[in-house]
Design a protein around this ligand. Sequence first.
Ligand SMILES: [Zn+2]
Length: 153
Amino acid sequence: MPTSDDTPSTKLPRLTREQKLRARRLLHMEYRPSEIAAELQIHPDTVYRGLIPAGCPHRRDERGHIWIVGTELTKWLSAHQKPHHRLAPGMAWCCKCHQAVPMQGPFKTTITNRNLELVSGVCPHCQTQVNRAQKRTVDEENPDGISKPSHTA
Ligand SMILES: [Zn+2]
């Protein structure tokens, strides 16, 4: 059995949402690192220098070849994912201040799709525009109705 509980020497490489979704489609079979790379559409070096040093479960055969069981990689990836932090209502992430800030008006709401709208406000520290996607509050039949978030200060 591979020991994945060892203290990882490297940080888990950052994977995009699409790459994580592709990882969920891996099968319960052994893959070579190059095959994992092809399935996830990542560079083979990311497997050798990123995933494996970070503690990804794998085995080495008698010829020194590395094998990774797809479903074990999927499980390991989801176990090592950073927990998703939800922002409190009325807060937005300011990319300039690198922190969550309370959004200030003037607010502008743009409908993104059927379920989401984008609320734009201003960071109280640096006056940069900050955006936040949220569940739609704007009525489909009455798109000019409510356009401001309820937490307007
Ligand atoms: Zn800011």
